[in-house]
Write a protein that binds this ligand. Sequence first.
Ligand code: AMP
Ligand code: MG
Length: 344
Amino acid sequence: METKYLIVDNVVNNNDSYTQAVDFLNNSEIVAFPTETVYGLGAVATDEVAVQKIFAAKGRPSDNPLIVHISSKEQAQDYVVHISEIAQKCMDAFWPGPLTLILETKPNVFAASVTAGLTTVGLRMPDHPVALRLLQEINKPLAAPSANKSGKPSPTRAEHVAEDMTNIISCILDGGATGVGLESTVLDVTVNPPVILRPGGVTKEMLEEIIGTVIQPTEKEQESPGTPKAPGMKYTHYAPEAPVLLIEPKLESVQQAVEQLQATGQRVALLAAESFANSKANYFFTYGKDGDVEAMSSALYDALRACDKTDATIILATTTARLGVGVAIMNRLEKAAGGQWYKK
Ligand code: AMP
Ligand code: MG
């Protein structure tokens, strides 16, 4: 299959690109498109044939349900049994935006594999002009997981999608780099108090300001059988080819780690803030300005993917405090590293 690569920026008249994308979707094909979080791999969420193609393209386990994207808050009513006061407040405060709400789905409205056999569905209204226009033009809900091969870092640029999906999907809409850079916060509002199943750009603190107490289980608590979970969180995620080791962002200890790893014959790629540029790693990819967690979240996947283009044998990734967006960043870093920290 040849993949059509269409640039949709605001300068050129791109009506024709949207027409082509909508045609592909209506013919049970897959179209990758940008959202404010990461690029998504879209298929019509009511079309089982199309949805199956997402699982095949990603190599995604069939027990991992997909997030459904809609273009307005009102549309949620068509797909879910009940919108509680808490759910409504979340939509009013954070939609469009990087918050996925887990709600009880009406039976038989979505293709069966979208929900992976669950009675709930993850719904979100993305905050990106290309995603919203595509949703409005097709006027159907789109199932869209991140547009990477399962296990790999999520794509924050159309070129990343092309790396993983060329000749595998029908079309890529290139709308430039995404903003947030990490996937949406997944919030289960079928339980009270609501539980964060996956941390993201909408933080616990932001949610609590609007709806009161929210549970954010620690990694340890997530392992306990009683904690609500996202089926996908048990799988390897965000991993580049070389092993990743986490390390605290202290200049001296990072320099020592680089030297020590190099002394054992390793070629080291370092992921860190700008002030680490002079440490003598073989490769350096920056998270941006020191202490800027927004810049770090937006740069993280690009940096992880950049390591794959080098001959580095090990990746040292500096960490951040688990505060605000830092919780989501650390969740992704821990998964990319398989929980491994650098040890002297
Ligand atoms: P991705 O599509 O790669 O952004 O991942 C979506 C995440 O949301 C995965 O961790 C899924 O397991 C989770 N998810 C999607 N739908 C549901 C649902 N109905 N209940 C719980 N988790 C869900
Ligand atoms: Mg994903």
